[in-house]
Design a protein around this ligand. Structure first.
Ligand SMILES: [Zn+2]
Ligand SMILES: [Zn+2]
Length: 447
């Protein structure tokens, strides 16, 4: 006897990569999408009289594949006061994510195969959100000796990065890229020339200088991106640039792609909608790496996301306790959380603002990131595991810091009224509704 779920009543099914866009219904058999059908179409012939059919009434919501974030910090092991794998994956689920890539700057660093196994175990205990470990490039993120790249790849590393630090040593970076190129694995660089960053805490510009704060120039990022593209080209390697924040870095990536190089980039929600002026006007929750830049950079990033130069939105979800963020601009650590607000902030400010088509936003959270890491994305297509989001594009809801599921609250969007909230997800065979509501009605008929 099979278990079916029949998804009806959606305003729109949207999975651009699968060519799905419009009203329709889904038939899911034993947690696998069986049929994408027209509204009111008869049941598939495979539905037998004894089968159980749950009807999921979608109440006019948008249905998309669940999202993928290729850059988050779940902090465990070693940073459990800020986030754990359990709290971080709960936050991911609330934001609509089925799969996240967690960065290696934990304590200890993810630089040995047993560390990946440990994260895998914790993630399996935590629930159904899949967690892939990104391995460090260098041992202890010290930039002095490479990890055992082969052993880490064999242990399941989804990519390699010294995120938080930049592998500045050119000889080592070249060696890593050479190995990565030969073995077709992905190097994900946090591109920052720390000599140029110096003591900087926010973007180098007039408004930051007027506050008497040390700035981080665009060149800190631009030069690192250009160097890494040069090395990746020489070594025939795939290079992924993390959290692109400057118009110059966008240009460098675009030129590399025009030359046919396998160079990709991601952009965070905060870099797409906030500037250095917002940081100065607000506080340390707006302090992140790279720093919030200026409007001309924001415009270049939105354009690059719209035209596909930047293939993925990644949140760089970086939880820090209130205590640590209370230290003021100089003392507070860099980073903001982002998974729970990613879709609503970008939907409200960019899609409704008319600068980004909804199809591009959904693609940059699903097939886009998966193409970068070479994973099969969540899809709305026959044969795909059922990993679906229900999203309410109409009802406004405030971002309430204390209501966030993440263990940390360092969110630069609190107080904003947004639309586009994920309100339910189907993952691992279980339909979960968020915010305690029941926007998706389930009826069971059949047998
Ligand atoms: Zn980084
Ligand atoms: Zn990061």
């Amino acid at each position: 006897m099979a278990r079916w779920q029949h998804v009806i009543g959606a305003s729109r099914l949207l999975d651009p990569a699968s060519g799905v866009d419009g009203p329709g219904e889904l038939w899911i058999r034993n947690d696998v999408i069986h049929t994408v059908s027209a509204v009111g179409a008869p049941p598939p012939e495979a539905v037998l009289p004894d089968d159980v059919v749950e009807v999921i009434d979608s109440a006019g919501l948008l249905v998309t594949p669940m999202f993928v974030d290729i850059h988050v910090h779940l902090r465990e092991p070693g940073g459990e006061e800020h986030e754990t794998i359990r709290s971080g994956t709960a936050s991911a689920l609330r934001g609509g994510y089925a799969l996240v890539y967690t960065m290696p700057n934990t304590k200890p660093t993810c630089d040995a195969p047993e560390r990946i196994a440990h994260v895998d175990r914790l993630a399996a205990e935590a629930g159904d959100v899949e967690v892939v470990s990104v391995s460090a490039l260098s041992r202890g993120l010290q930039g002095e000796a490479l990890v055992d790249l082969e052993a880490m790849a064999a242990a399941g590393a989804g990519g390699f990065s010294d995120d938080g630090a930049w592998l500045a040593d050119e000889r080592l970076a070249r060696e890593a890229l050479r190995w990565a190129g030969r073995n077709d694995v992905l190097v994900m660089q946090h591109c920052e020339d720390f000599q140029m960053t110096g003591p900087g805490v926010l973007h180098e510009c007039d408004c930051v200088q007027r506050r008497g704060l040390p700035g981080i120039p665009r060149e800190s990022e631009d030069r690192a991106v250009e160097r890494d593209i040069r090395l990746a080209e020489a070594e025939n390697a795939r290079l992924h640039v993390c959290h692109v924040s400057t118009a110059g870095a966008v240009d460098a990536i675009r030129r590399a792609q025009e030359r046919g190089l396998p160079v990709t980039g991601e952009v965070t929600p905060h870099h797409l909608v906030l500037t250095a002026e917002d940081a100065v006007a607000n506080g340390p929750d707006w302090k992140m790496k790279p720093p919030l830049r200026e409007q001309e950079d924001v415009d270049a990033l939105v354009q690059a996301l719209a035209d596909g130069t930047l293939g993925a939105v990644a949140t760089d979800h970086a939880p820090h306790s209130d205590e640590r963020k209370a230290g003021g601009f100089i003392e507070a650590p860099f980073g903001a959380i982002g998974m729970e607000t990613a879709f609503p902030i970008l939907f409200t400010q960019l899609v409704e603002g008319g600068t980004l088509p909804l199809e591009r936003l959904v693609d940059s959270l699903t097939a886009g990131p998966c193409a970068i890491v070479r994973r099969e994305p969540p899809r709305i297509a026959p044969g795909a595991p059922a990993r679906l989001n229900w999203i309410d594009l109409e009802t406004p809801r405030n971002v309430e810091r204390e209501a966030l599921v993440s263990r940390s609250h360092n969110c630069p969007f609190h107080g904003l009224t947004l639309r586009g909230w994920p309100v339910a997800a189907l993952l691992g065979g279980t339909l979960r509704t968020h915010f305690g509501g029941e926007p998706v009605r389930i009826r069971t008929n059949g047998a």
